[in-house]
Design a protein around this ligand. Sequence first.
Ligand code: ADP
Ligand code: NA
Length: 332
Amino acid sequence: PFTPRVFSGIQPSGGLTLGNYLGALKRFAQAQDAGVETIYCMVDLHAITVWQDPEKLRHATRELCAGFIASGVDPEKSILFNQSQVAEHAQLAWIFNCVARMGWMKRMTQFKDKAGKNAENASLGLFGYPALMAADILIYHATHVPVGEDQKQHLELTRDIATKFNHDYGVDFFPITEPVIEGAATRVMSLRDGSKKMSKSDPSDMSRINLTDNADTIAKKIRKAKTDPEPLPSEVVGLAERPEARNLINIYAALSDQSVEQVMRDVGGKAFSEFKPMLADLAVAQMSPISTEMSRLMQDQAEIDRVLAEGAGRARAIAAPILRKTYEIVGM
Ligand code: ADP
Ligand code: NA
């Protein structure tokens, strides 16, 4: 009974990587052409679960918006806005804080990773993050959420919250949202360590390709990417125990919109000295126009603010009646 609707968000916590692009942004742009409503959010309320310098947060929010647009998300086709500008997210999150159970939250592995050894000193917001994420999604009755693999557990919690709310109040009000985790690059790994996720928070800049990197930097990072000394295997199965090779092949497949099988038919058996320049050319061709377009967009910040304000208005028009109805169901 729920109209298909896509929602996803990214934190404006400074810096976007090839992982964010292939795992999220590129797929967001593809989803908007599939004939469903697409809603994309800069989740600044999530960003402040760890300390953010206010001026940097303001800048990162605009830069993220520029990153969305430069990656092909069209603010005419998709709703593009900033989370804190639509108060209904935080309002629904409070209701969900009262639905979610402590035990569920304590099982979230991302909290354990992000809080580290000093969990007692983590913010309450970092602990409650997945309930806010559930609200981000369900305030639009979103049915599909394209995300990277790292968000799978949070999406399961979103489903648990919707199920419990519906059950506790005897309604069929919130959809049971489907995570959409597909393609070759749902988990892009570090270029320096095949066992770690590519991330903006990695101390080594060589471990990632940033959306703001220029052509030379992109090519250099791929040339220097860590690999084992063997040539590429001739078949896909040979990638199983070779995380660095697997990662570069996955990146190649995602950038060229091919399956891993198709890519391996072309490059299987090649030495890295031959494959890496192919990958570098492809990455430069796909990624450097994005960085150029981001800097162009960042020169007109008033226009970015205008896009975000307009998107917030459109988002609120969907969110407000759903919050009103939620309050009514709850007895408010
Ligand atoms: P980050 O993980 O970089 O802090 P977010 O948590 O805001 O950024 O994630 C934004 C989106 O990018 C999410 O859908 C997430 O799953 C995806 N993502 C982040 N890193 C990667 C990666 N290395 N590979 C694939 N997808 C990723
Ligand atoms: Na993440």
